[in-house]
Ligand binder design. Sequence first.
Ligand code: ADP
Ligand code: MG
Length: 428
Amino acid sequence: MSFNKLGLSPALLKAIQDKGYTKPSQIQKEAIPEILKGNDILAGAQTGTGKTAAFALPLLHILQNAESKRRRVRVLVLVPTRELASQVGESFREYGINLRFKTSTLYGGVSINTQINKIKKGVDIVVATPGRLLDHLNQKTLNLSELETFVLDEADRMLDMGFIRDIKKILKYLPEEKQNLLFSATFPNEIKSLADNLLNSPKRVQVKSNNSTADKVEQVVYPIDKSRKKELLAYCIKEENWFQVLVFSRTKHGANKLAQQLNKEGINADAFHGNKSQTQRTRALSDFKDLKTQVLVATDIAARGIDISLLPHVVNFDLPYVPEDYIHRIGRTARAGQEGKAVSLVSADEHKLLFDIEKLLKSSIPKEIIVGFEPAQNLSTDALKPREAARKKNKSSRASKKQTSPRRKSSWNKRGNKNKSSKNNRRS
Ligand code: ADP
Ligand code: MG
């Protein structure tokens, strides 16, 4: 199926062609005709499925069809992070390159006066993060009373980031009568009830998850001692010539430290997290996109929505505490059908986190031990055998018959725990 069949205007089709898109993604195929009809939408789709074009294209088409001389804000898109706001704003500009609409992005960390001046000149489309949007609404520097469409992008992330109350406040500023589009990867109860209140007999669009990003990304776990993670990362980057690597770290401090250490190793690395100024964040991201920086070490703030085209490598330097974050992290690679690899450096103390992630994925991630980096405690059955055998000797022959995976897990316990438990065994 081609874009031509979706009923979009020639100006939009031309822009799509110039972007190099040949056919619509599944969510685009399903959502575009419904949005063009004016329906409310409740869309569930994993990251990297092309949601931005799924709403931007039909909304631009609708604007164009009912173009008016007087500029006013007709479309509002709410997104959870500044980077996403700038990215989605850019998409509206690109898809609308042959049209005359003005898009404004409103987010915090930058001058509000510059934004006010732009708004005064007239805008049709606003892409915003909740906090700064509320600032504008409270001080009446933005009027949304004639809004025609409201888009809530990454709704579940909004919830995670604590924006639900802000969103409810924002909704009070919007006209009752409008088209509402809600996009979310998952539907926790709070999103469901928000959707119930907001949407008017919405069309449900769900992209099957068996084709999700998580399945397309080649995933591997490198079991490694915690103390040797940095060394292994530097080794992989050099040895396997990883030229563009997004590394995830759980903490801001950890991200800074790791970037510094990689720099010492002669690897060009930068850090990206919430403690950096907006200028630094924008710069770090654009240098990384332009391949001026080889490695970007980021906290989970970069895990949602950010789109780096053709990003080949994602590394989990440590595993996230929330299993869903793993999927969002690895979703930064293998986007829009491209290939990508996600490597997780997993130390013994992270066993439980890995277990939860594999449970969520409903599959186990292949483990590979890198020669020269064999961990003292690891997942491999070989390394496990001698210790298991020693313990078996102390047990009755009946108990030793079954040696299945739960046992294997025990090798992940801290050595101290393990000694304790075998001592107990001996005593009993
Ligand atoms: P999502 O919001 O679902 O995470 P995005 O809208 O950010 O996904 O799109 C992911 C990437 O796919 C972007 O780089 C975008 O340019 C690209 N893309 C979107 N639609 C298409 C398409 N029909 N064909 C090719 N690439 C596309
Ligand atoms: Mg998106």
